[in-house]
Design a protein around this ligand. Sequence first.
Ligand SMILES: Cc1cc2nc3c(=O)[nH]c(=O)nc-3n(C[C@H](O)[C@H](O)[C@H](O)COP(=O)(O)O)c2cc1C
Length: 149
Amino acid sequence: MSPLFEILYKSESVSPNVVSVELENILKISRLNNSKRNITGMLMYFRGEFIQILEGDEDQVSKVFSTVIKNDPRHSNVRLIAEGPIAHRSFSDWSMGFVGDEAIQSRVSVSTSALMMDLLSQEAKSSPQTPGVTHFVKTYNQMRRFPIR
Ligand SMILES: Cc1cc2nc3c(=O)[nH]c(=O)nc-3n(C[C@H](O)[C@H](O)[C@H](O)COP(=O)(O)O)c2cc1C
């Protein structure tokens, strides 16, 4: 077993508005595959952008990110925000939690939500030790009460 590791990245969906059936497919296969690989995490989709955090054994997480997810034609411009070793999982009971437009918009005003993806990734980048994700987790803890599972 390799050490626990996390990866946070951002990407753009290829279709401008990912329809729910596409998201359902992504989530379904992610949950299935992640359970087998003991990977946990959360996927957010908002206004054409994805932010995803993956956590698990380093071998598994790195492999699935760089060989599978990165090459998925349903998104492009995949940018790593943060990666690094972690002491414990933050999403241990989610093979892939999901927060989408509706869940986000119901919690924040429209103007706030428009900036959210950018702010989130900038802030994650500027927190060097806490592999980005601490902030991601903190901010979205408020929203995770309403994940679409
Ligand atoms: C934004 C996004 C996030 C994804 N996240 C995961 C994931 O967490 N785990 C996973 O196995 N596949 C994920 N996928 C899907 C993979 O890219 C790929 O389609 C899938 O793993 C292929 O599975 P299969 O070989 O069993 O058909 C994601 C795809 C997209 C577009």
